[in-house]
Write a protein that binds this ligand. Structure first.
Ligand SMILES: [Zn+2]
Length: 174
């Protein structure tokens, strides 16, 4: 049997190889460190995440809108607008709001709907995110399917041209 004699350094390393990673709690962790170091257990501290850091902040109540995707916006008249974006939905909403404020009816079906119908308002708070698809084709296909499904929309275009097979499948689904 071959005996391997460890050097002094190796022995020291072995003795210190056990580490405890503790959250730092003032007054408690210091005492623990003392006790553990007597037993050759090294102590590292990590900062504790505050609940505030884990939960979404109040200033950003709708992080789900920071995604690309397909969405439905409702007007107070009950009609919908279905849209899709490759940027964030929140960014698109801000664009609709600006176009509506400026009366850019040629650039936006939403601005047109609100400006041509007295007392109609888009309830941006009640936006429905229908799909968070980030890839372009699945997104525009989903948008078209949603437009097709929803007869009560004021979209100006049908979106991506889908084959009649889809149209038949959807009309049968109703
Ligand atoms: Zn309306």
């Amino acid at each position: 049997m071959i005996k391997i004699k460890k050097s002094k350094d190796e022995n020291n390393n072995q003795q210190l190889c056990t580490n405890a990673c503790l959250p730092y709690v003032a007054g408690v962790t210091d005492k623990l460190k003392k006790t553990l170091s007597k037993r050759n257990i090294g102590v590292r501290f990590r900062t504790v995440k505050k609940i505030q850091q884990v939960l979404p902040s109040n200033q950003d109540p709708v992080p789900r809108l920071l995604t690309k995707g397909v969405y439905e916006l409702k007007c107070t008249c009950g009609k919908s607008y279905i849209g899709q974006t490759g940027r964030s939905i929140q960014c698109r909403i801000k664009e609709y709001q600006r176009q509506t404020r400026l009366g850019n009816t040629d650039k936006s079906a939403i601005a047109e709907h609100v400006h041509t119908n007295e007392n109609h308002k888009i309830d941006y708070e009640k936006i429905r995110v229908l799909d968070k698809t980030t890839r372009y084709y699945p997104r525009i296909i989903r948008e078209s399917l949603e437009i097709m499904k929803n007869n009560n929309n004021f979209n100006r275009e049908d979106g991506y041209r889908l084959s009649n097979t889809w149209r038949l499948a959807i009309s049968r689904d109703r």
